[in-house]
Design a protein around this ligand. Structure first.
Ligand SMILES: Cc1cc2nc3c(=O)[nH]c(=O)nc-3n(C[C@H](O)[C@H](O)[C@H](O)COP(=O)(O)O)c2cc1C
Length: 259
């Protein structure tokens, strides 16, 4: 099992301490666990230029694709993603936000429906839950089936040790994350995931961006209320059938073009 760690902190300190405990826990659970580690600071990703090329012409036409696409490849090839950020000015770090901006095409063309991720956030005092929620939401929009969260204030004590309660929380959440990946069982999507899927599906149907339409059609995502390999009960699907029809009508009447 290979885990990809994308570190959004410019240093390996407080947030990394949590990651180290996660790694220890995974190593204790499985002798064959390996880690690929990416520190965004070392990737030197230039700022997103807002050229829209990833949306309209494809992600490989991004002026920074030579840096971004190897990271995406590592995400695709990994069995589990661990993504981290400390709180900076009540949000993720600029490093992390810039990375997310470069992957915004995954909102249009979600991919990771069979994958699971863990979010690690630390803060000195505030906004850890908000930032954890933001990362969780971002990953959900990219398709990630399950997200596990570890969000802490003052992760370690004055001597650099993690409090027992923190260690226990990390171990519990990491074990759940590991077992879920091992069992390869996919969770039924929540209402928010279903709604977002069907909003993008309707947008793709209307071919505002032809590339999105091609992606949704070719991958047969357009045909169903949710990615077909993910279990989704008829009780959830029926309101989505109606919602999708409403969205299609709405899109037809409000034919907003991206510019
Ligand atoms: C530029 C900057 C902005 C920060 N903004 C906040 C903030 O808004 N709220 C907060 O509680 N802590 C804030 N912090 C503190 C960090 O979130 C906290 O120290 C974190 O654990 C650092 O993680 P790291 O050691 O992995 O970099 C900030 C730190 C820096 C350097």
């Amino acid at each position: 099992m290979n885990f990809l760690i994308i570190n959004g902190s410019p240093r390996r300190k407080n947030t990394w301490k949590i990651v180290e405990r996660v790694k220890d826990t995974l190593n204790n659970l499985d002798d064959n666990v390996t880690f690929t580690e990416i520190d965004l600071i070392d990737e030197e990703i230039p700022s997103c230029r807002g050229c829209f090329s990833c949306f309209t012409n494809g992600e490989h036409t991004c002026p920074h694709s030579k840096i971004i696409q190897p990271i995406v490849k590592a995400m695709i090839e990994s069995d589990g993603l661990i993504i981290t950020s400390p709180v900076y000015a009540l949000n993720v770090t600029g490093l992390m936000k810039n990375f997310i901006d470069h992957l915004a095409y995954f909102y249009h063309r979600p991919y990771f429906f069979e994958d699971k991720a863990m979010v690690v956030v630390t803060t000195a005092g505030t906004a850890h839950k908000k930032v954890g929620k933001y990362l969780d939401e971002t990953l959900a929009n990219w398709g990630y089936n399950e997200r596990y969260k570890l969000c802490f204030v003052h992760a370690h004590d004055a001597h650099g040790y993690l409090p027992l309660e923190t260690k226990q929380k990390i171990d519990k959440e990491t074990t759940k994350f590991y077992n879920s990946i091992k069992e390869k069982k996919l969770s039924s999507p929540g209402m928010k995931a279903l709604i977002m899927y069907n909003v993008w599906r309707a947008m793709a149907y209307n071919a505002h961006i032809p590339l999105d339409n091609k992606y949704w059609v070719e991958n047969r995502l357009i045909e169903t209320e949710y990615y077909e390999k993910v279990p989704c009960s008829i009780i959830k699907k029926i309101p989505m059938k109606i919602f999708y029809k409403i969205m299609l009508r709405f899109m037809k009447n409000n034919n907003v073009k991206q510019d």
